[in-house]
Each structure stands twice: as structure tokens, then as C-alpha cells.
Design a protein around this ligand. Structure first.
Ligand SMILES: Nc1nc2c(ncn2[C@@H]2O[C@H](COP(=O)(O)OP(=O)(O)OP(=O)(O)O)[C@@H](O)[C@H]2O)c(=O)[nH]1
Ligand SMILES: [Mg+2]
Length: 362
């Protein structure tokens, strides 16, 4: 599963700096707008203490973490959807990603060129939203025209699709992003095929120090945070990308001895991105290797088998399952077995985050 996250924002706000911090890839970073033109792509390990602890428990020779791909995209400006700035070519780069992170400038350092007259993360979010909305409107309007013949011919599927497209179009016309609207599963399935930009799950990254984010901005983000309201969801993080960049090479122990929190903000960011994509992790562990595997929330045991080996989905018989913490607390498989902590699960079992699994196949 090659899941990817696009890094989106106005020019010169720190997108490439974040990308370089995350992926350790050499990319151009410079204090001028439109430094990045072609997208940079890089793969990042998802940090996971469960892998470390289980590997220790079973004396694994190898540790394998899951990965996410990040795409560093060119800066977006007002009018981009109509060809301003670098035009709408790079909007296509966003289409290909599974989720997006908005980088919003909150840092004040006036040495860094600002393409806007002031610091305002909420205004910048608005500018980005409008461009993505216009692009989606364009996509949907084209499809609506394309469907008209089939609708006139009374084709059932076309009529259903048209209904959904019109519903989405109405939201977009009101400048509402689609990911915040409610659609039935059926509607969502139809919309998913268009790779709409405002339908992608998103995370807001306020780039600056905590004290650089003004109270009003923070209030708005807090109010819209899913933890506080069911309706809209604005998952956000405040990350000082410049400091993260400077401390990127430090080991956990070095971070602690220098007075930084042990887990870097970028580690937290990677984990959040994973949640954003509704992904969970299950694990396998033994003397050969301890490995974290990715599966979509809600998938069942045979699919987990299929992730490990394509044949295991079809030949799945049963799975032996234990939560990773229970396994650690018991002190290993044999003790866990003695205590009856290892369960046998069948085809209908829904995989839980943190399950340690052994698939039995025919
Ligand atoms: N003070 C401060 N400067 C930053 C921060 N993040 C990035 N910068 C600086 O801002 C400038 C632009 O950074 P880039 O990472 O190239 O920005 P970008 O968003 O990729 O820019 P484009 O590719 O041109 O759209 C560089 O000089 C960075 O050093 C930050 O958190 N604080
Ligand atoms: Mg850049």
C-alpha cells in the first residue's frame, strides 16, 4: 500500500523544510517564493515503540516499520486554479495523494519573504481552500456535462451520479470544502473516483512556535477540532519547522539531554498522518523479525493475511491474536498461552490496532 500525503501551502512557508526534515532527502530550500517547481517525493518510516518492544521481547534479528510517502508540492497562490503563479499543473500533483497537510505560516521572522501582507494562518487557509474548491468545481462541472446524454437516456447509474455531483457542486459553490460535508457511503464511493482535492482528509500544520500562534487563530482551530465538535474536523498541530529541521539528526537520548521532549514534533506529525488516513497497525513478531503492517480500520483477519502474503487471504484458516501489551506483560508467547491470553479468531474477526497476529493458513 503506497499511501501518500501531499504537503500544500503558499510559497515560501516551509514546505520543503518540513519535507527535508521528514525524509532526510536533499532538496532545495531557499528564501524566495517558488523555489520548488517539480514535486519532491520521499518515504518516511512510521515510528512505533511497539515494534521496538516486541523485537526486544522475542530477540528479533530485524525490525521493520511501516512507511508513508510524502510529496512536497510547489507553492500555491491566489488564482492558481486559473493559471496564476505556477498555474494549475501542480494541482494535479495534489490529486494523486491520499491526504494533505496544509502548511500555514505562523512564524513571524521578517527576514523570510512573505507573499502576503501579514501573518494570518486563517486567511491563508482560506486562499488555499478557494483554489482547491475552484479546481474541484472545474472537475465536477466537466463531468456533469459529460453525463448529460446518459441522464437524458434515463440511465439509472448516470442519474444517481448526477445527483451526487450536483449536491457536491452546491457545497463547492458556497465555498464549502467537501471533506467537511456529510455524504452517504454510496455517494462517497461515487465521489471517490474523481480524486477531488477538497474531499481528501487533511491536517493543518501551523508553522511557528507556540507563542507565535495568536489566540484568535488558536480558538478557531480548537473550536473546530474533532475532539471538541462532531461536525467539522480541523485536526491541527503547531510545529516550529525550523527548530525541527535543526534537531532532525538528534537521537532520543541527545534530545533529552539537550532539554527537548523525547518525541519530536515531526514524529507526532507522522503518527497523526497515519490516523488521518484511517490506518491501523497490526504486528508480527518472532526471532526472524518484528514487523508492523498497515491495514485500513475495519478490515478483517483474512485481509490481514493478504497483507502479509497475497495467498494467505484465500487460504486463511484462522488467526491467533493477542494485544501487544498483553504479550509484553505476560513475558512472551508461551507464558501468554499458559494464561489463555492468546485467542483463536476466524474470518469475521475485525483487526484491532496493536494486535499481534499469527495467521494459520491451509
Ligand atoms: N523562521 C522560520 N523560517 C522558516 C521556517 N520554516 C522555513 N523557514 C524558512 O523559510 C524559507 C522558505 O522555506 P522553504 O522550505 O523553501 O519553503 P517552501 O514552502 O518550500 O517554498 P516554495 O517551494 O518556494 O513554495 C527558508 O529560508 C526557510 O529556512 C520556520 O519555521 N521558521
Ligand atoms: Mg519548496
Amino acid at each position: 500500500m503506497a499511501l501518500s500525503i501531499g504537503i500544500v501551502g503558499l510559497p515560501n512557508v516551509g514546505k520543503s523544510t518540513l519535507f527535508k526534515t521528514l525524509t532526510k532527502k536533499e532538496v532545495d530550500i531557499a528564501n524566495y517564493p517558488f523555489c520548488t517547481i517539480d514535486p519532491n517525493v520521499g518515504v518516511v518510516l512510521v515510528p512505533d515503540e511497539r515494534v521496538d518492544k516486541l523485537a526486544e521481547l522475542t530477540s528479533s534479528a530485524k525490525k521493520i516499520y511501516t512507511t508513508i510517502e510524502f510529496v512536497d508540492i510547489a507553492g500555491l497562490v491566489k488564482g492558481a486554479s486559473e493559471g496564476e503563479g505556477l498555474g494549475n499543473k501542480f494541482l494535479a500533483n495534489i490529486r494523486e495523494t491520499d491526504a494533505i497537510i496544509y502548511i500555514l505560516r505562523a512564524f513571524s521572522n521578517s527576514d523570510i519573504i512573505n507573499t502576503q501582507e501579514s501573518i494570518s494562518p486563517l486567511r491563508d487557509k482560506g486562499i488555499l481552500d478557494v483554489e482547491l474548491i475552484l479546481k474541484d468545481l472545474d472537475t465536477i462541472t466537466k463531468r456533469i456535462h459529460g453525463l448529460e446524454g446518459d441522464v437524458r437516456a434515463n440511465r439509472k447509474e448516470a442519474i444517481k451520479e448526477m445527483e451526487v455531483l450536483k449536491k457536491a457542486k452546491e457545497f463547492l459553490t458556497e465555498e464549502k470544502i467537501l471533506v467537511e460535508q456529510s455524504f452517504t457511503d454510496e455517494e462517497k464511493k461515487i465521489l471517490d473516483s474523481f480524486q477531488l482535492l477538497t474531499l481528501k482528509p487533511r491536517l493543518y500544520l501551523l508553522n511557528g512556535k507556540d507563542e507565535e500562534v495568536d489566540q484568535n487563530t488558536l480558538e478557531v482551530f480548537k473550536k473546530n477540532n474533532p475532539a471538541n465538535s462532531g461536525e467539522t474536523s480541523w485536526p491541527y498541530l503547531i510545529v516550529d519547522i525550523a527548530s525541527e529541521f535543526e534537531t532532525a539528526g538528534f537521537l532520543k537520548e541527545e534530545r533529552i539531554s539537550l532539554g527537548f521532549p523525547p518525541e519530536s514534533e515531526t514524529d507526532i506529525l507522522v503518527k497523526k498522518s497515519y490516523e488521518l488516513l484511517s490506518l491501523i497497525t497490526f504486528l508480527t513478531t518472532g526471532t526472524d523479525e518484528t514487523r508492523a503492517w498497515t491495514i485500513k480500520r475495519g478490515e478483517m483477519a483474512p485481509q490481514a493475511g493478504g497483507v502479509i502474503h497475497s495467498d494467505f487471504e484465500k487460504t486463511f484458516v484462522k488467526a491467533e491474536v493477542i494485544n501487544w501489551k498483553d504479550l509484553i506483560e505476560a513475558g512472551g508467547f508461551s507464558k501468554a498461552r499458559e494464561r489463555g491470553l492468546i485467542r483463536t479468531e476466524g474470518k469475521e474477526y475485525i483487526i484491532q490496532d496493536g494486535d499481534v497476529i499469527e495467521i494459520k493458513h491451509g
